[in-house]
Each structure stands twice: as structure tokens, then as C-alpha cells.
Design a protein around this ligand. Structure first.
Ligand code: T5A
Length: 212
């Protein structure tokens, strides 16, 4: 049986374990011989990586929420047109470390920008491109932040207050409850071994008997 290439996004709060899960996903897809690319937002193209630096670097000038939202979508448009769509057209699976849901979670629920404004940008620029599957890695924000603090200095967004991250988490969980067919949640407060096993089980489920 041959099927269309899949577009999969990985979401979650700070230090929720996305990079860790993506290693498991890559190794599983390689093992299954499923051709894929791994990409990320913010970033994914040379220009979008420059926008990533603007977004994450600390600066003396306050980055206003609206500017932040527009920068995320500017990078995302480059990413969609230059990387995601061409890869899917070639039959490659696309694994994206974050996608549009992150803007609703961080700029919408986190910063308080009206959902309708984000929806407008989504409809204008992204249209009906949507991941078929979204893996939501969920852990209490304090735990995720402790894990990344152990790694080094925090970036501009990681330095936000805990309430901000609680709103982000609540948004993701609510969205996942509304879109059960697309979302799968893994509790990443569990051990690395458990998270890896649960990621593999989810992959077995979504890959099924896929062959190219
Ligand atoms: N953003 C992004 C927006 O505001 N709007 C948007 O539209 C988009 C696209 C950058 C920032 O941009 C914001 C969100 C972010 O603030 P990012 O690069 O995805 O986005 O940044 P982070 O979420 O901060 O990603 P991190 O790389 O910091 O975290 P990960 O990948 O979720 O976590 P990971 O896997 O690196 O794990 C962190 C640490 O925890 C350990 C790992 O070994 C690592 O040291 N760990 C565990 N330890 C014990 N048990 C487990 N189960 C563990 N899982 C991981």
C-alpha cells in the first residue's frame, strides 16, 4: 500500500522534550526506510533562521507582541514555501519542530493577541496546509524550565514568567482535546525511557503499513 507523504508537527512548552522526541522519530523513520526531512520553527530556511535570532536574542528594545507575531509568520511563510511544500511534493515526510499551533499558544494565549488576528494570517499565508498529525509533548512548565536551565542561559522567550507558560500549556491541552484526531499527547514528566517507548507506539500507529 502506498500513501501520501505526511506532515507531522511537534509541539509543547519550553523544554518539554521536542528535540529529544525528534531523535526517536528520526531513528524510527530511518529504520522503516521512510524518506523524510526534519525542520523547525522559528527557522527552517537561511532567512528564517536569521528571523529566529531576532526573535530569541535579548535586546534593549522591547519586541512588541504584534511585531513578534508578524516575525513568526514572516519566517513561517519562507519555511512553508521554500521547504515544507517542496518536500511534501517530492513525497518526503516533513517533521516540523513547531508550526502554526505555536503562534496560537504563545502569541495568542501567552501574549493575549486576539485569535481572529492569528487566524487571519494563517488563512492568508498558510491556507489549508495543516499537519496530519501533531505530537504534543506535555509537562508542567516549571519542570521544562528547570530542564532547560540546567542546559545554560535562557533566551528572550524562555525568560518569561511562569503564568505565561501556564497559559501556553492550557491552550495546547484545550486544542488537543478539540482536535483529537490530529493530536496525540505524551506526558514528558515521565522517564526518558517511557517517553521514548510511547513515542515509538504512536509512530507505529500513524505509520501503519506505509510503504513508498
Ligand atoms: N515560538 C515558536 C512562539 O512563540 N511562536 C511560534 O509561532 C513558534 C514557532 C523557540 C521559541 O519560540 C517560541 C517558543 C519557544 O519559546 P524552540 O526552539 O522550539 O522555540 O524552543 P524550546 O521549546 O525552548 O525548545 P528546546 O530545545 O529548549 O526544548 P525541547 O526541544 O522541548 O526539549 P529538549 O528535548 O531539548 O529537552 C530539554 C532538556 O530536558 C531533558 C533533555 O535531555 C534536555 O536536556 N529531557 C528530559 N530529562 C528527563 N526526562 C525526560 N523525559 C526528558 N525529556 C527531555
Amino acid at each position: 500500500m502506498s500513501k501520501e507523504a505526511k506532515f507531522i508537527s511537534i509541539e509543547g512548552g519550553e523544554g518539554a522534550g521536542k528535540s529529544t522526541a525528534i531523535k526517536t522519530i528520526q531513528s524510527y523513520l530511518n529504520h522503516r526506510g521512510i524518506a523524510h526531512i526534519v525542520t523547525r520553527e522559528p527557522g527552517g530556511t537561511p532567512l528564517a533562521e536569521k528571523i529566529r535570532s531576532l526573535l530569541l536574542d535579548k535586546s534593549d528594545e522591547t519586541l512588541l507582541p504584534e511585531t513578534e507575531l508578524l516575525l513568526f509568520f514572516a519566517g513561517r511563510y519562507q519555511h512553508v514555501e521554500h521547504v515544507i511544500k517542496p518536500a511534501l511534493e517530492k513525497g518526503l515526510w516533513v517533521i516540523s519542530d513547531r508550526f502554526v499551533d505555536a503562534s496560537f499558544a504563545y502569541q495568542g494565549a501567552g501574549r493575549g493577541i486576539a485569535e481572529s488576528r492569528i487566524e487571519y494570517l494563517k488563512e492568508w499565508l498558510i491556507k489549508d496546509l495543516s499537519p496530519q498529525h501533531t505530537l504534543l509533548l506535555d509537562a508542567p512548565p516549571a519542570l521544562g524550565l528547570d530542564r532547560i536551565k540546567a542546559r545554560g542561559e535562557l533566551d528572550r522567550i524562555e525568560g518569561e514568567k511562569i503564568d505565561f507558560f501556564n497559559r501556553v500549556r492550557a491552550y495546547y491541552l484545550e486544542k488537543a482535546a478539540k482536535e483529537k484526531a490530529r493530536f496525540h499527547i505524551i506526558d514528558t514528566s515521565a522517564s526518558l525511557a517511557d517517553v521514548e517507548e510511547n513515542t515509538r507506539l504512536w509512530l507505529e500507529d500513524i505509520c501503519g503499513d506505509y510503504t513508498r
